[in-house]
Design a protein around this ligand. Structure first.
Ligand code: ZN
Length: 497
């Protein structure tokens, strides 16, 4: 039995987004728990589809003693402030100082964290831990599928593994896989193993990296197969393309004997598929017109994915381009969400159900091409916004989206919330009395996570490029710090129509 210290510190940083992650953003709960330290942490994350939850469950079942340190996560945004980064890292070291001797450290990180003063948030943290605890302490890490892996993170960690699903249906499973690896590693005398990393020389658009479509589905299947064959702990990261940093890139990394052979097999495959990392995307007007045609006679909804205003990737969650196009086209029996506007949600709560309110919805962050939607809205539901997710990503997540309301304008019902959370779970509509399967057109602010829960009930899915802080095509972003020679989008791939 080992004593294993566990912590989670997660942020996905879109350096092109308008708002930074402050201490308050880590202290506010949203789809994931608010900042929690020490003994209270395991209960706060229990039952969530989170890597730390899966790790704690499996490592406990193996008979290891868990020493809980902290859980800190903020919604994706621009850089983590220097204050928030240093405050949380200091808390982590304080907690570590208080748990006595331990045999191993497990960290559930993201892999794409950029702080105001540090480009490689994870590499820096792992380096400081290595310096403090020496070269022999097993430090094992799980990362998001959207990690921008650095050589520093690879080398300072004893081992790292990442999610293989985007929509991240496997976060808890990934934590569990790390626990199993660590258990074996400790049993084998904790001998340091070979590590290998290969960065891919082109960026992959976020929506095109979804593992429910090709080529990503083939790549993650190959990762599992090569891992089983070689015993190398192997990962493919699609990368997080909206980060102007040196290490912004998809990558393949692994730990184990002859790790570089396994890594090269997968990386060769990713590169050979270069021209297929794309997809068809439409303007709001073209998308709505197509959706209306498809919806005639259809018994299931046409899902319109507002892929550039994805709050799960640093989007503001409040742009109005797609919603405006739906209203201009005179849609009926349709729904949209989740619009981040705590101001309007508060007005709706005060006015109460059945009231008419004249407000300017969304458009409050100066996103290029966007402005608020002024109009008369009816408050259909006023809510505390507390719900439990049931889809692949948020299963078991105790979410707090308060303040929250369902507003109606024309033939469109809009879910308005007070936290930045992407529309990836049907419960975030059902909570407001909207049955997603019964809508005609359903607009979702999400790049790909929505597919896990909504694609199975959709007649068709259309990816839409409306104003938003998460550009569908990284080639539209003004990079200044990338490694020389990195292509901003895959050569030959269709991105648009
Ligand atoms: Zn991710």
């Amino acid at each position: 039995m080992a004593r294993i210290a566990v912590a989670s510190f997660r942020h996905e940083t879109n350096t092109f987004a308008p708002h930074k992650a402050t201490m308050q953003d880590f202290e506010t709960g949203y789809s994931w728990p608010s900042l929690v330290r020490g003994e209270e942490m395991p209960a706060a994350v229990k039952g969530f589809n989170l890597a730390i939850s899966g790790f704690i469950e499996t490592a406990s079942a193996q008979g290891h003693e868990i020493l809980p340190l902290l859980f800190a996560s903020a919604a994706p945004s621009a850089e983590v402030t220097e204050d928030a980064y240093e405050t949380i890292v200091a808390m982590l070291f304080e907690e570590l100082a208080g748990v006595g001797d331990f045999d191993a450290l497990y960290l559930a990180l993201h892999g794409a964290m950029v702080a105001e003063h540090i480009e490689d948030g994870e590499g820096e943290l792992l380096g400081r831990l290595r310096q403090k605890f020496g070269p022999n302490l097993p430090i094992v890490v799980t990362l998001d599928y959207h990690a921008n892996m650095s050589q520093a993170a690879l080398d300072f960690a004893t081992a790292i593994t990442g999610y293989r699903s985007y929509p991240h249906a496997d976060m808890a499973e990934t934590g569990s896989r790390m626990a199993q690896w660590l258990d074996m590693h400790l049993a084998n005398g904790a001998v340091k193993t070979e590590a290998s990393l290969r960065q891919i020389p082109f960026l992959i658009p976020l929506f095109a990296g979804c593992t429910m479509r090709q080529p990503a589905s083939d790549v993650v299947a190959a990762v599992a197969a090569v891992e089983a064959e070689t015993n190398v702990l192997l990962s493919f990261a699609g990368g997080f393309p909206a980060a102007d940093i040196l290490d912004c890139a998809p990558s393949v990394y692994g730990y184990g004997p002859s790790a570089s052979d396994a890594v090269n097999r997968i990386a060769d495959m990713v590169e050979a598929l270069e021209s297929t990392w794309g997809g068809d995307i439409l303007t709001p007007e073209a998308a709505v017109s197509k959706a209306i045609k498809l919806s005639k006679g259809a018994s299931r909804p046409i899902v319109l994915a507002d892929i550039q205003d994805n709050p799960g990737a640093g989007g503001t969650g409040d742009t109005m381009g797609l919603i405006r196009a739906m209203l201009d086209a005179g849609v009926s029996g349709s729904a949209a969400g989740l619009v981040y506007d705590p101001h309007v949600a508060t007005i709706a709560l005060k006015a109460g159900e059945g009231a008419e309110i004249a407000v300017a919805l969304g458009g409050k962050h100066g996103v290029a091409g966007d402005n608020p939607l002024a109009g008369q809205f009816k408050v259909i539901v006023a809510s505390d916004g507390k719900m439990i997710g049931s889809g692949p990503l948020y299963k078991g997540a105790r979410m707090d989206l308060s303040p929250a309301a369902r507003l109606r304008i024309g033939g469109l019902d809009i879910v308005v919330i007070g936290k930045r959370v992407q529309a990836a779970d049907q419960e975030s509509f059902r909570h407001f009395g909207i049955e997603p399967a019964e809508t005609k057109l359903l607009a979702l602010k999400s790049s790909a996570h929505f597919r896990g829960h909504f694609q199975p009930i959709a007649e068709a899915v259309i990816d839409v490029v409306a104003p938003g802080a998460m550009s569908a095509n990284p080639a539209n972003l003004k990079f200044t710090k990338l490694r020389p020679g990195v292509k901003l989008s895959p050569a030959g791939a269709q991105i648009g129509s």
